[in-house]
Every structure is written in C-alpha cells, then in structure tokens.
Write a protein that binds this ligand. Structure first.
Ligand SMILES: CC(=O)N[C@H]1[C@@H](OP(=O)(O)OP(=O)(O)OC[C@H]2O[C@@H](n3ccc(=O)[nH]c3=O)[C@H](O)[C@@H]2O)O[C@H](CO)[C@@H](O)[C@@H]1O[C@H](C)C(=O)N[C@@H](C)C(=O)N[C@H](CCC(=O)O)C(=O)O
Ligand SMILES: Nc1ncnc2c1ncn2[C@@H]1O[C@H](COP(=O)(O)OP(=O)(O)OP(=O)(O)O)[C@@H](O)[C@H]1O
Ligand SMILES: N[C@H](CCC[C@H](N)C(=O)O)C(=O)O
Ligand SMILES: [Mg+2]
Length: 482
C-alpha cells in the first residue's frame, strides 16, 4: 500500500521525504517494526513513543508518524506530522485493513457493569435471527463460534481493525463489542461508526485512570457521538444525563421510570429470572437462565438494540432464553450434593458486588458467605467501599486477594478492611485458602459467592501470572474436603 493511501482522510503535513512511498505494515511499538513499516509515535503514560524513533529506523521503518519533529529523525525516512498520534493510528489502521468496520453493522456497549453480559445476550439474539456475529470483549473475542484470545476488553485500534477485517472475511454481518472507558479516552475506537450504542450504567470504577467521575462520564459519552442510535438505561441517573447531552435518536429502557421499553412482573429465582417485556404493542414473556434484577436490565438493553435493528420479538425471546455467560453468577457446584452452593461471579466494583450479594441473598436459605478482594494497580478508592458492602451484605466475609499485580496483597487487604464496620470477616490472603475456608465452614442451605475473577483462569501476582481457574480450584477442594 502507498503511504498516501494509508493517510487518506487524515489531516497531516509531510515534514521530510514524500508520501508516495510503498509501505509494508504499521506499528505503534518499535519492538515490532519490520523493514518498510510505518512507526506511529504515541505519547504514553509510561514513556513517550517519540523516544523510539531511532530504534524504529534501525529496524527498517521507512516512515514515522509523529506529533513533533525529533532531531534524530534522519536520512531517507519520510516524516509525517499529525495532531494526535492515537487518532492517526486509529484512522490509518482502518485504512490499512480496507475499512472493514464499514462492511459490518457494529453495536457498541458501554457502562461500568453489564457490558460482557449484554454482548453475549445480543450475540445470542442475532444468531437466533440467522446472522453471523462477531463479539469483542473481556472474556474472549468470537467470530461466530470460533473463540480467539482477548488481551483486553477493547483492543488497541490497530488490533481492532485487524480483527474487524478477519470478521468481514469470515462473513460476519454484525459485530457486537464492549467499549471500555479506557478505549474511548485513548481513541481506540476513534472513527468507528456504531449502528446502536448502549449505555448500561455508571457507578464507581477506574478512578485511578480517569481521576474524576466527570472525566469517566465524559469518556462514556464519546461512544454516543458516533452511534446512530442511543439505547439508554433511564433508571440510572447518568442515563438521564446522557439523554440530555446527546442528539442521536434515543430509545430508553428501565423498570422504575417511564421508558420506551419496560419490564413488568419480574420474578427472580435461583436459576434465572422471568418478566414481561413491554414495547409499543409488544407484551411478551421473557425467561432468562441467569438470575439477578440487574440481568433484567441487561436483557432490556439488549432487546432494545435488537428490536431497533428490526429483529423479530420471537427471536429476541429465544435468544435471551438461551444465553449463558461464563463467570457471571455461575453456580459451579450443581453436580455435587454438598448441601450448599458456590457461585463464581465477576463482580469487581462496589455496585457489582452489591448486586450479586443481594441477588444471592434472595435465594439463600442459610448464611451468605462471600470471598472477595480487590485488584492491585487499579482504583484504590473502591477498596473500602467494597469492604463495607461485601461484609455488610454477607453473614461471613472472607477478605482475600484478587489480582495483586505489583502491589503488596496485605496492603490491598488493609484498604478493604478499613471500610468494614462489622466483626464478621476473616482475612486469608491466599485466594485458594480463602475459598477453602468458606467451603469448610459452609453448612446446609448456605451460599458462597466467590467474587471478582469470574471467567479468569489466571492470577496476576507480583512476579508471575499463575494458572488459577476457580472452577478447577473449587472442584479440587470438593475432592479434598468431601
Ligand atoms: C492505561 C492504559 O490503557 N494504557 C494503555 C496505553 O499505555 P501507555 O500509554 O502507558 O503506553 P506506554 O507504555 O507509555 O508506551 C507509549 C508508546 O510507546 C511504545 N513503545 C514502548 C516501548 C518501546 O520499547 N517501544 C515503543 O514503541 C508503546 O508501544 C506505546 O505505543 O497504551 C498502550 C498501547 O496501546 C496499551 O497497551 C496500554 O494498555 C495497558 C496495557 C492496560 O493495562 N490497559 C487496561 C487498564 C485497559 O485498557 N483496560 C480496559 C478495561 C477496563 C474495563 O474493564 O472497563 C480495556 O479496554 O481492556
Ligand atoms: N447491569 C448491571 N448492573 C450492575 N451490575 C451488573 C450488571 N450486569 C452485571 N453486573 C455485575 O457486574 C459483574 C460484571 O458484569 P459484566 O462482566 O457483564 O460487566 P462488564 O461491564 O463487562 O465488566 P468489565 O468492565 O470488567 O468488562 C457481574 O458479574 C455482576 O456481578
Ligand atoms: N476490566 C477490569 C477487570 C477487573 C477484574 C479484577 N479481577 C481485577 O483484576 O481487578 C479492570 O481491568 O479493572
Ligand atoms: Mg466486560
């Protein structure tokens, strides 16, 4: 491809060389550069990508895209100046892969909680309607049934457009993707047009990155600047704010407030939830296999997006009925006769933890035992709040480690414990031992909620990432104890 073609529709100036150059590929990491590649300089949080220009040139880069001219930029390399390296990377990645996003319909979901669950629901509905669906999200990326490893919730723009291209090549009609607030702030989805954008909710998370709630909200709002339709949870106070801040076509959903799409006669039970969906003259029964009032919200938002796409209500009903999401309120002890149940859930925010514990409480006959921690190198301010909620809503809380990453696990636990006002907690830093303790003390009728890691099959420690799949760990403990 010619450099000029790569830069199509981009505002740029040529500082050196010329743009009529044949290029090989593009990279934003100098370590991956091969002969003939274009190196994009990104000013990062840790380092400034402009520092790696000479190393990229040594490896054979034939062009540099930068925000500022750097002296060492020499010889016969072409130097292109742009205003914003991350935006340029996003637009050029789309050009490089032949603008695959324009060849599919893309549904984006943003919000603190419920993105993964909603993405699975939408995929299930659209497949029921006969479409080939791609999914991009936290658990994995999917092209139909083919599962691809996902490094993050929303990939960097270069990897994103590469994935879009693979989807288009494999005949995907619809791509449903989780759009994280990080990806919106860092322009990973810059230039991507969404046919439907869903806002699930906004509660505390990621303040380490966004610093203030206003910034966090502002990041989420970005999605709606590029979506033809805004599907908004009107029961969330920030949902109301989105409605007044965006000019798109809007469709609201909710349970309490007056919404376009509503749920009525909700019944939650241990294995699922039932409700009536009300939209215009549609008034039908929905039967979910996953419990929790919050999943009624996820189902409403997903149904709204699909109905707005013209999908038949019967397909919506069937799709929602089938959906299962790994590590989201997953009862992992169904096959044993222990007298108590163990649930693995991905709740890692105050709101998520409150939701799963309140949901589990509704079907707990005995005591509710929780096992949870908080991730290291992430929002520290949520730790005491999760401590208070976790211990407050449980009969016994076992405070343990999540992914400590580079932090000292005991310090993270101290932050959590600082918020606890009851005496009903035990500290066991080793997560496996924490889960084991819960299973040792559990009696008939009790429910154990192991929160925070859900589908993850690893634990990130200071110096290593170890294999840690809670389903396997719990099965091993069952063998040891019973
Ligand atoms: C906070 C955050 O999102 N950081 C992202 C950001 O990193 P950064 O700005 O710090 O990059 P940097 O390390 O300073 O490097 C700057 C530039 O120099 C380049 N470089 C660096 C070294 C070198 O030798 N040569 C070189 O060229 C780097 O490739 C980069 O382009 O840009 C990098 C390049 O795209 C990302 O890899 C990195 O994601 C990190 C790994 C990350 O962990 N992100 C998480 C927090 C995240 O995005 N999470 C959300 C989920 C949140 C949710 O659950 O809602 C997600 O979407 O997954
Ligand atoms: N609509 C919702 N409102 C509040 N809590 C929810 C909602 N949906 C799910 N949860 C809770 O949050 C946890 C994470 O859900 P899910 O994985 O669907 O969210 P997510 O937005 O994709 O999270 P992440 O940003 O980490 O990818 C669940 O395990 C559950 O405890
Ligand atoms: N996407 C979330 C995942 C948190 C999962 C939890 N297990 C943790 O490690 O904190 C994040 O990066 O903040
Ligand atoms: Mg997710």
């Amino acid at each position: 491809m010619k450099l000029k073609k790569l830069l199509e529709d981009l505002d740029y100036s040529v500082l050196q060389g010329n743009d009529d150059l044949e290029i090989n590929s593009i990279q934003y990491d100098s370590r991956k550069i091969q002969k003939g590649d274009v190196f994009f300089c990104i000013k990062g949080f840790n380092v400034d990508g402009h520092k790696f220009i000479s190393s990229a040139l040594q490896k054979g880069a034939s062009a540099i895209v930068c925000e500022e001219y750097v002296e060492e930029t020499i010889d016969n390399a072409t130097v292109i100046k742009v205003e914003d390296g991350r935006k340029a990377l996003a637009l050029c990645s789309a050009n490089f892969y032949g603008r695959p996003a324009e060849k599919m319909k893309i549904i984006g979901i943003t919000g603190t909680n419920g993105k993964t669950t909603s993405a699975f629901m939408i995929k299930s509905i659209l497949e029921e309607a006969g479409y080939k669906v791609g999914l991009i999200g936290t658990i994995a990326n999917y092209i139909g049934n083919e599962k691809l490893h996902s490094e993050r919730t929303t990939p960097e723009s270069l990897e994103l457009h590469e994935l879009f291209k693979k989807m288009v090549d494999k005949g995907v009609h619809y791509c449903v993707m989780e759009v994280s607030s990080h990806s919106l702030s860092l322009n990973r989805v810059y230039g991507v047009k969404f046919c439907q954008g869903i806002f699930t909710n906004l509660t505390q998370d990621h303040l380490d990155f966004h610093k203030t709630f206003e910034n966090y909200y502002g990041a989420k709002l970005e999605l709606f600047k590029n979506s033809a339709n805004a599907i908004v949870n009107i029961d969330d106070s920030y949902g109301e704010k989105i409605l007044s801040d965006v000019n798109n076509r809007k469709l609201t959903y909710g349970i309490h407030k007056n919404a376009d799409i509503k749920a009525e006669h909700i019944e939650i039970h241990p294995r699922g939830a039932q409700f009536k969906i009300l939209y215009g003259d549609i008034y039908e029964n929905i039967d979910l296999q996953i419990p929790g009032n919050y999943n009624v919200y996820n189902a409403l938002g997903s149904a709204a997006a699909c109905l707005n796409e013209g999908i038949d209500i019967n397909k919506v009903i069937k799709g929602l009925n089938k959906v299962q999401v790994p590590g989201r309120c997953e009862i992992v002890t169904k096959q044993y006769n222990l007298g108590f149940d163990v649930i693995v859930d991905y709740a890692h925010t105050p709101d998520g933890l409150q939701n799963i514990l309140e949901t589990a409480r509704e079907f707990t006959k005995g005591r509710l035992i929780s096992v949870f921690g908080c991730g290291g190198d992430r929002d520290k301010t949520k730790r005491p709040i999760m401590g208070e909620i976790g211990a407050g809503l449980s009969d016994v809380a076992i405070i343990t480690s999540d992914n400590p990453r580079t932090e000292d696990p005991d310090k993270i636990i101290e932050d959590i414990v600082r918020g606890i006002t009851k005496e009903n907690y035990i500290v066991i830093a080793d997560r496996r031992e924490g889960i084991k303790k819960a299973m040792e003390i559990a009696k008939k009728g009790d429910v154990i909620v192991v929160a925070g890691k859900g589908h993850e099959d690893y634990q990130v420690l200071k110096n290593e990432t170890i294999h840690f799949d809670e389903r396997e760990v719990i099965a091993e403990i069952v063998k040891e104890l019973f």
